[in-house]
Design a protein around this ligand. Structure first.
Ligand code: GRF
Length: 196
């Protein structure tokens, strides 16, 4: 059976990308990472990907100004050339337009650092602390037009400790992200294979 051709979108460090790459390196994995893309040419993760021998490309969003769709068309061209079948957003800090989301519906997943549907958007750790929540975590979900609104594939949760700060909580959630994302990606692949 041929593997699902996977692209990973990043904007920075790429630690979730690395966790996915580690997991995909296992011989029975249903996905093969074929392309790493960033909207920031200086994203650290691009170097990590290239060092691992994976095709890495940047499309700088800045020259496109407010024309988000033109930026996405440039990204899309890379995806088409690489015959990508599934995209994992991993710390990709651009909101995608309905044009792109529609093109990739059912083949586009994202990780978000909250227990969705709680806290879509930014500053999730600070918001969970401010609300006095007992627990926090992360979710991997299918991407739809509404930001952080699509169906959840899987979640990981941790207790919020009395001494937690935004930083300690972020670090503990990130640790969870690194096991959650590979696990959820496998589920997404299984779903995709069932559909095809
Ligand atoms: C992660 O916490 C992710 O959930 C958030 O941005 C961070 C990206 O980290 N959206 P990394 O680039 O994967 O290290």
């Amino acid at each position: 059976m041929s593997q699902i051709r996977l692209a990973i979108f990043i904007s920075g460090r790429g630690s979730n990308m690395e966790a996915i790459l580690d997991s995909c390196a296992k011989s029975d994995h249903p996905a093969e990472p074929v392309l790493i893309m960033s909207n920031r040419p200086d994203a650290e993760g691009l170097n990590t990907a290239a060092a691992r021998g994976i095709n890495a490309a940047a499309v700088d969003h800045k020259p496109f100004g407010k024309d988000r769709e033109a930026f996405e068309r440039a990204m899309h061209a890379h995806l088409t050339t690489a015959n990508v079948e599934l995209i994992a957003l991993a710390g990709f800090m651009r909101i995608l337009t309905p044009w792109f989301v529609e093109k990739w519906t059912g083949r586009l997943i994202n990780i978000h650092p909250s227990l969705l549907p709680k806290y879509p958007g930014l500053k999730t750790h600070a918001r969970a602390l401010a609300a006095g929540d007992a627990e926090h975590g992360c979710s991997v979900h299918w991407v739809t037009e509404g930001v952080d609104q699509g169906a959840v594939i899987d979640q990981a949760r941790i207790p919020i400790l009395p001494e937690d700060t935004e930083e300690t909580l972020r670090a503990r959630v990130l640790e969870q992200e690194h096991t959650l994302y590979p696990r959820a990606l496998r589920r997404a692949c299984d779903e995709l294979l069932l559909r095809n």
